[in-house]
Design a protein around this ligand. Structure first.
Ligand code: TUI
Length: 333
């Protein structure tokens, strides 16, 4: 059984040059050089979020990250950004190690990124996009379930990850609802060879998100997230607050997509940077209820994979006898 871990370490580890098969989610307005370098120094793949920022801003974050770590790191490109073309051109110049894309189809950028020697890992929310991305030369895909925070698709990770794993040859990285070793082990069982984790890294000591945002994650319980924007085709998972109450009631009365976008503009920055968690967008995954304390990024990673290893070593089930009692190894899988 523990061979499976070794295999997954090798796969994503060798592909990305990292010790643990974990990618930090590229959270817009939050994932900066401080968090990305801490995750990379801790043995995972740290990721800077380009979000809606112009190329020069992202270039400065890349320089800052390079000053803080000599390990590989990535940049997350949010494909709905108005600056996406200039950000991609800059990333090709900078020759970053890895580009992870989200919220769209990166097909038209794939050739340029690959020609610059960059590894490309699109986030997908369907089998169809995963298959298309593999044909376009993606090095791996992140299969992200709708348990995740922020912009989401329709399928849960439990349904999406195994279907994507069956449909493509490239490694699949599971995401959405993963915040501890049980989540990692479950994703591996579904066919993933690595994980992407956002919400738990929100409370990393090195995460520069506002204090009220962190406090709200730590206080959150299982049912505290809600999906806004479904009615206008832009589903986004956030923690419930005064803002989500108003947005959901506007959606009930039939708000159009443009008015909706205008109403939301600036709300993620308000929560993440200015600490307004009452009127701002506090994006978080459904697993926020499990996240209870601030820790160093390196400790989060170590703890998660120690737990994964313990699970693999202890869940030694007897097969073939009809028994489901944890076994002594005889006839075990
Ligand atoms: O991108 C994310 N999560 C994000 S981006 C973000 S910034 C933002 N701010 C305000 C409003 C909206 C976004 C916050 N959270 N996750 C990756 C992800 N990508 N999840 C789902 C998808 C996805 C969904 C559909 C990717 C592709 C897709 O279909 C594309 C196609 O053409 O088939």
């Amino acid at each position: 059984m523990s061979d499976l871990i070794a295999e997954s370490y090798e796969d994503i580890g060798i592909l990305l040059g990292i010790k643990y098969p974990i990618i930090q989610g590229g959270m817009a307005w939050i994932a900066d050089s401080s968090l990305a370098s801490a995750v990379s120094n801790g043995g995972g793949l740290g990721v800077i979020a380009a979000g809606n920022a112009p190329a020069d801003f992202v270039r400065a974050e890349i320089a800052a990250t390079r000053a803080l770590t000599d390990k590989p790191f990535g940049v997350n490109v949010m494909l709905l950004s108005p600056y996406v073309d200039e950000v991609i051109a800059m990333l090709c110049e900078e020759k970053v190690d890895v580009v992870i894309t989200g919220a769209g189809n990166p097909g038209k950028y794939m050739a340029a990124l690959k020609a610059s020697g960059i590894k490309v890992i699109p986030v997908v929310a369907s089998v169809a996009l995963a298959v298309r991305m593999e044909r376009n030369g993606a090095d791996a895909v992140v299969a992200e379930g709708q348990e995740a925070g922020g912009h989401i698709g329709e399928l849960t990770g439990m349904a999406l990850i195994p279907q994507v794993a069956d449909a493509v040859e490239i490694p699949v990285i599971g995401a959405g609802g993963i915040a501890d070793g049980r989540g990692v082990a479950a994703a591996f069982m579904l066919g993933a060879r690595g994980v992407q984790v956002g919400t738990r890294f929100l409370v990393a000591e090195e995460c520069t998100v506002s204090k009220p945002y962190k406090a709200m994650i730590i206080k959150a319980k299982d049912t505290d997230t809600v999906t806004t924007g479904r009615s206008v085709g832009r589903p986004v998972r956030v923690l419930k607050n005064r803002m989500t109450k108003e947005i959901l009631s506007l959606e009930k009365s039939g708000i159009d997509a443009d008015t909706f976008e205008e109403r939301l503009a600036g709300t993620l920055k308000a929560a993440a940077k200015d600490g307004d968690v009452v009127n701002g967008s506090v994006m978080a995954g459904q697993i926020a209820g499990l996240v209870k304390k601030e820790q160093k990024a390196a400790d989060i990673i170590r703890e998660m994979f120690e737990e994964t290893k313990r699970i693999y070593e202890s869940r030694n089930f007897i097969c073939g006898s009809g028994s489901t009692v944890p076994g002594d190894g005889e006839g075990s899988i």
